[in-house]
Write a protein that binds this ligand. Structure first.
Ligand SMILES: Nc1ncnc2c1ncn2[C@@H]1O[C@H](COP(=O)(O)OP(=O)(O)OP(=O)(O)O)[C@@H](O)[C@H]1O
Ligand SMILES: [Mg+2]
Length: 576
């Protein structure tokens, strides 16, 4: 925990609630009206008792009119108070979520990769609920309850200061254990939310992996794992609830004590003629109005502590410093010619062994080269480095002679068009998925790119170009997904195309068509192809063979075959 409770809540109020101050000020104004009405209740009760004693006719006129007016006034003010606070809190929530999402999505790729996606989803769902709840309660109760209590105390002081002092000593005593409980709730809530994140991850994984679950008959296995998760969730949640459950009874007990003390004291004062019955009834009325507010303040503490635990996590994410960031003097890179160089690049994934071990190779603008090599050799990592999703530990890599760390990441990536190994699509229409590669793409450009990527299946889809791709592209077959991803890369004007197993799922005919389209780009765009299939790479002007993070051979297909090295061996297996 980076902040103290006080520091954290100050910061939260400053960052998110203060910008909405106008709404909260409006809410507080209505809260003041409710507090004034409470004071009025005390007054009218006292007077009415007097009138009752003397059979004053005002008991039939003034009393009902004032009480009904006060009720109407208080009710209306309560409604508008809630409305104003809701507005303020909802607006603050939009800002918090927007800031958190922006921080996460713009932050280090490594960080997004490292945590299970469920943790982020959970952070949005659960933490935001807790924060919303806490902010609403603070906005509603703090003004209304505090002002009502102040008005009540003021009323009591004006009638009987000694009695008031007694109450002021007894009531706060009740708060001490309640505050202590709040600290505990915050600690438990933090753990409960972490576990909720793990559970969300597990659920997401189970449903996304439904095919594997069913194919391997893992339903019972997952079912049991889920039960453990639910039980743990219930256990932690019960712990939070147990602490929260103690708040109300504690306040109830102290409330009863206070009432008993009040009667004893008042009786003693009445006997000595220092207090009237009307005063006593006025007191009881005002306590009746004030005690729900006291109680609300008591339970507010536990809700706020849950919210603070959530805010703590949000701030941990907001405060994290990305490591792959633009240097202060980074320049935007214009449209590159497409020369790519790796010079003795070394790199390890966080927590992993060395993946690139002095990788060196160069690609000329307009050239088509291939990266081949055994699985795990580090081919995809080459693309990750070039896109600057990670920074290398030594050596350098350049685009058009610019070290990738000297230019802004945004401008660097605009020069690169990737088809990733997983051919990821968004849950948008087919047309949108292609057009995403080029802002403002026209229909003709989309059609041309789809044509080049052999996407002739689109017209046959139910919905055609407007067919939804589904989450991650699940409405399409693997090969269809690849071709849409390819079209998205081809439509972009990036001078460098990065194709990571981009045609591995295509039938030979479609692949041949894609190859033809790519051949048409020769001289215009630099193309780096990663592939295992010989047919995909043999036409490359040069083939770099990678093994264990470095280039072990390079040359054209025929040269490498003659050499009889790693490439010839890989090729031999495919030909047989
Ligand atoms: N996000 C990651 N975190 C940690 N290690 C990783 C990560 N991604 C890859 N690696 C490791 O880096 C090595 C190279 O992975 P890479 O994905 O570059 O291989 P590849 O040559 O593309 O293999 P393939 O042909 O199977 O796609 C592997 O040993 C892998 O375990
Ligand atoms: Mg790979």
């Amino acid at each position: 925990m980076a902040d103290t409770t006080k520091g954290l809540s100050h910061r939260f109020v400053r960052d998110w609630l203060r910008p909405q101050w106008a709404w909260f000020a409006l809410g507080a104004m209505f809260a003041a009206v409710t507090a004034a009405a409470a004071y009025g209740y005390g007054e009218i009760t006292m007077r009415s008792i007097d009138w009752l004693g003397t059979l004053d006719s005002r008991i039939f006129t003034v009393t009902p009119i004032v009480i009904i007016s006060l009720a109407l006034l208080r009710g209306t003010a309560l409604y508008w108070q809630t409305q104003a606070n809701n507005r303020g809190v909802q607006r603050a929530m939009v800002e918090i979520q927007h800031a958190l999402f922006g921080k996460l999505i713009k932050g280090d790729y490594a960080r997004l990769q490292a945590a299970a996606s469920g943790e982020y989803v959970s952070q949005f769902a659960n933490d935001m609920n807790l924060i919303r709840e806490a902010a609403l309660r603070v906005a509603t109760n703090l003004a209304k309850s505090t002002l009502t209590i102040i008005a009540s105390v003021a009323f009591m002081f004006s009638k009987d200061w000694a009695l008031t002092l007694l109450l002021l000593v007894v009531y706060p005593l009740a708060f001490w254990p309640v505050v202590r409980l709040g600290d505990r709730i915050r600690g438990i809530s933090r753990r409960a939310q972490e576990q909720a994140g793990e559970l969300t991850s597990f659920l997401g994984e189970s449903f996304q992996g439904a095919r594997t679950v069913k194919a391997f008959g893992l339903e019972e296995y997952q079912h049991d794992r889920a039960r453990k998760g639910f039980e743990e969730r219930a256990r932690l949640y019960l712990k939070v609830l147990r602490s929260k459950a103690m708040v109300d009874p504690l306040l109830e007990m102290f409330g009863g004590l206070a009432l008993a003390g009040l009667f004893a004291f008042a009786a003693w004062r009445s006997l000595s003629g220092q207090a009237t019955v009307a005063e006593l009834v006025g007191f009881i009325t005002i306590i009746g109005v004030a005690s729900p507010e006291v109680r609300a303040l008591g339970t507010l503490n536990s809700v706020v502590n849950e919210g603070l635990a959530a805010a703590d996590r949000v701030y941990a994410a907001l405060d994290s410093q990305p490591t792959v960031i633009d240097r202060p003097d980074a320049r935007p890179l214009g449209k590159a010619k497409g020369k790519v160089e790796f010079n003795d690049v070394r790199f390890s994934y966080p927590g992993g062994g060395p993946t690139l071990n002095g990788l060196t190779f160069a690609v000329q603008p307009g050239e088509t080269i291939a990266l081949v090599g055994p699985s795990g050799a580090g081919k995809t990592t080459v693309f990750n480095m070039l896109l600057r999703l990670y920074d290398g530990s030594s050596g350098n890599l350049r685009l058009d002679g610019h070290d990738v760390r000297d230019v802004t990441a945004m401008s660097l990536r605009r020069n690169l068009a990737l088809v990733s190994q997983d051919a990821f699509l968004f849950d948008a229409t087919i047309r949108e998925n292609i057009a995403l590669g080029r802002p403002g793409a026209t229909d003709d450009q989309v059609k041309a790119a789809a044509e080049a990527a052999a996407c002739d299946f689109i017209d046959a889809l139910p919905g055609g170009w407007s067919a939804p791709a589904g989450e991650g592209g699940r409405n399409l077959s693997g090969g269809q997904r690849q071709r849409i991803a390819l079209a998205r890369a081809l439509i972009s004007e990036a001078p460098v195309l990065l194709l990571d197993e981009a045609t591995s799922a295509l039938d030979s005919e479609s692949e041949a068509r894609v190859q033809l389209a790519l051949a048409g780009l020769a001289g215009k765009r630099t193309i780096i192809v990663i592939a295992h299939r010989l047919a995909t790479v043999r036409r490359a002007s040069r083939i770099f063979v990678m093994d264990a993070g470095r280039v072990v051979e390079s040359g054209a297909h025929d040269e490498l075959m003659v050499k009889g090295g790693v490439y010839a061996r890989l090729a031999a297996h495919q030909l047989t």
